[in-house]
Design a protein around this ligand. Structure first.
Ligand SMILES: Nc1ncnc2c1ncn2[C@@H]1O[C@H](COP(=O)(O)OP(=O)(O)O)[C@@H](O)[C@H]1O
Ligand SMILES: [Mg+2]
Length: 279
């Protein structure tokens, strides 16, 4: 799915106050991109995620999905979202109903629908007897898994994960990253909101940095993390790999210091130690 954001702005309106959350947002994303969205709290990440999902309508500008304006209902627009606080998106009386909602929207019913729901439960690692439970009685992590199962059972071509790994244990974080990677390998476009720069460097082929409702960087993780000053100016931290290589270079090592992941830094350093690194 090709996604274009054209001169988009979003203002929250209340009777007493209007607050500009996003201004002049312009970018486009191709099918199969893995896009990290980063930036300080309050910079507009969740607002952008809601606009991409078609759940918010831009105050100005437009969001185009395969050339068509995004529709209000994300299930039909082909973009699935897991909210930053998944409990805010659950509505079903049972987990079954919750997951079946998106599956029904791709026109399946009966036995096929049941299979789709139980498959999705399996993919997110929840026991099948969860199907009859109320989603509201589940733990935070279980609610997130139900929300993920719900978008996976639909026909989304793009998936948005808003801070999926925040407050999740290490094992759960790894599981979430692997799931997103796998969906991406099937050709789905992924948007991944995160404060974890290691995650961003490992997963994304594109990073969009927001600050104060504006895009302050849009490019590859390599380009971002190779520019220490840019990273600091954006209020972000370098990855461990990039930081290590920068320090090595500062101490006089004749090394290109282009890698940004820890793995990449180890490979680059080993090559340099063997004498076949870059000049
Ligand atoms: N429902 C809302 N009503 C009014 N202002 C809001 C609302 N939601 C978010 N905002 C404001 O919009 C800005 C961007 O918020 P948000 O998109 O949630 O940022 P982030 O996800 O990067 O933390 C912030 O200034 C926030 O206070
Ligand atoms: Mg947010």
């Amino acid at each position: 799915m090709q996604i274009e954001i054209k001169a988009v702005g979003y203002t929250y309106q209340s009777p007493t106050l209007s607050s500009i959350a996003l201004e002049n947002i312009d970018f486009s994303v191709e099918k199969g991109d893995f896009v990290a969205i980063v930036g300080p709290s309050g910079s507009g990440k969740s607002t952008l995620a809601m606009l991409l999902a078609g759940l918010y309508t831009p105050t100005v500008g437009e969001v185009l999905l395969n050339g068509e304006p995004a529709k209000k209902n994300s299930v039909f627009s082909g973009v699935g979202i897991v909210f930053q606080y998944p409990e805010q998106q659950l509505f079903g009386e049972t987990v079954f109903e919750e997951i079946a909602f998106s599956a029904k929207n791709r026109g399946i019913s009966g036995q096929e629908l049941e299979e789709a729901v139980f498959d999705a439960l399996g993919v997110v690692g929840l026991p099948l007897d969860f199907a009859q439970r109320s989603p509201f009685g589940l733990s935070g992590g279980e609610k997130r898994r139900v929300a993920i199962a719900s978008i996976l059972s639909g026909s989304s071509e793009a998936l948005i994960f808003d801070e999926p790994t925040a407050g999740v244990d290490l094992c759960g974080q790894r599981w979430l990253r692997e799931l997103a990677n796998k969906e991406n390998s099937f050709g789905k476009t992924i948007f991944w909101v995160s404060h974890n720069m290691e995650e961003v460097a490992q997963l994304a082929n594109r990073v969009i940095v927001l600050n104060n409702g504006k895009i302050v960087f849009n490019g590859t993780p390599q380009k971002l993390f190779n520019d220490g000053e840019k990273v600091a100016a954006c209020g972000l931290a370098l990855t461990k790999g990039a930081e290590f290589l920068q320090k090595l270079k500062k101490r006089g090592a004749n090394i290109a210091a282009s890698a940004v992941t820890l793995e990449g830094a180890a490979i680059e350093t080993a090559a340099w130690l063997r004498g076949d690194g870059h000049a």
